[in-house]
Design a protein around this ligand. Structure first.
Ligand SMILES: [Ca+2]
Ligand SMILES: [Ca+2]
Ligand SMILES: [Ca+2]
Ligand SMILES: [Ca+2]
Ligand SMILES: [Zn+2]
Length: 355
């Protein structure tokens, strides 16, 4: 099922829905697991440059290197590479990209944003980072794996300001309109969120409410993976935590802070307009309240995320908000206890979602 990261482009959305209706197959398994364990060095954005610098005045300037200060970059490990010198690894394979493919016999992938290879490196790093985060919650060890396969990505080959994920073939494509989509980790991991849900529930998203849940979870995953990375690497976070795609959205929003969408709007089911990205903000606010409610109860955000993801295994492909909320409530009760379950119930009730 494909989805747009950016709801503004209706033609792409229409295409995406057409692809969505043609679905049915389970995600393809990787043919073979590459050799593991090779670690490289790379330069990436600390999630995105607006978020890490707090400078809402940054603009794309036609992909120029000088548009973003060097302080927005971090030097990081590129983990789980297969040692081939390309951006191929256990959890990610950069299949193709516009311009020069990144290769290095020493696994050194250091570029700036004006170079085609930069987005390739960002896509590799942030998909790997998301899978590592999901595994840190226990998925693939104490819990079933969640999309623990090699994710194919294509980078910068779609000219529109949009990105999408498809079941057939099982692949993510990142666009290059405006700020290149793969310059913003929250866009990268939004799309990975669709891959995660499709891996958990093949064909997920055949009803409008299920589609909205897909958009919401993508937004939430992008934010939570970024927040976990901030903590892991000690990066600054100077924009509202609930703001999604602070950097990509500078191309098409004029209000500050620049956000594609937010996790903390006051939308309820009374605000539904039938557009999945818009309606996703109803669901993502509930997820945000569950997260913060867990912390108030003395539980960790990782625990909230574990329950949010674990519950998704039991969602029907065409689930309603109500049925998915109930599944999340039941998972919270069995994993985290009665108090957590009532936090979940209240978070959904505040959005007008009852069961
Ligand atoms: Ca770029
Ligand atoms: Ca661009
Ligand atoms: Ca863009
Ligand atoms: Ca953000
Ligand atoms: Zn999406």
């Amino acid at each position: 099922m494909s989805h747009s990261a950016l709801s503004r482009l209706l033609p792409m959305s229409a295409l995406a829905v057409a692809g969505c209706l043609a679905l049915g197959a389970a995600p393809a398994q990787a043919a073979a697991k590459p050799a593991l364990g090779s670690t490289g060095t790379a330069r990436v954005f600390e999630v995105n440059p607006v978020q890490s610098t707090g400078n809402e005045g940054l603009t794309d300037q036609n992909d120029s290197a000088s548009a973003v200060p060097s302080s927005a970059y971090a030097t990081v490990q590129l983990r789980n590479l297969d040692g081939s010198g390309t951006l191929t690894g256990r959890w990610v394979k950069v299949e193709s990209a516009t311009g020069t493919p990144a290769t290095s016999s020493t696994n050194t992938f250091v570029y700036d944003r004006s170079q085609d290879q930069f987005e390739q490196v960002m896509a590799y790093f942030w998909v790997n980072q998301a899978q590592e985060y999901i595994q840190s919650l226990g998925f693939g060890s104490t819990l079933p794996g969640v999309n623990d396969q090699q994710q194919a990505v294509k980078v910068d080959q779609y000219g529109g300001d949009n990105s999408y994920e498809t079941d057939k073939p099982f692949r993510i494509r990142y666009g290059k309109g405006g700020v290149d989509d793969a310059e913003d980790a929250e866009v990268i991991d939004h799309e990975y969120g669709h891959a995660v849900q499709n891996a958990q529930v093949p064909g997920f998203g055949t009803s409008e409410e299920a589609g909205a849940i897909g958009e919401a979870f993508g937004d939430y995953l992008g934010v939570t993976v970024g927040l976990a990375a901030d903590a892991q690497y000690g990066w600054a976070h100077k924009t509202p935590a609930a703001c999604v795609a602070d950097w990509d959205s500078t191309s098409y929003t004029s209000t500050v802070p620049h956000c594609l969408r937010r996790l903390d709007t006051n939308k309820t089911v009374a605000d539904k307009d039938g557009e999945v990205h818009d309606d996703g903000e109803i669901w993502s606010r509930a997820l945000w309240d569950i997260r913060n409610g867990y912390v108030k109860n003395g539980l960790t955000t990782a625990r909230a995320d574990t329950t949010i993801i674990d519950a998704q295994f039991s969602f029907a492909p065409d689930t309603s908000f109500s049925a998915a909320a109930k599944a999340t409530y039941l998972t919270a009760g069995s994993r985290d206890g009665a108090k957590a379950a009532s936090t979940v119930k209240a978070a959904f009730a505040a959005r007008g979602i009852t069961f």
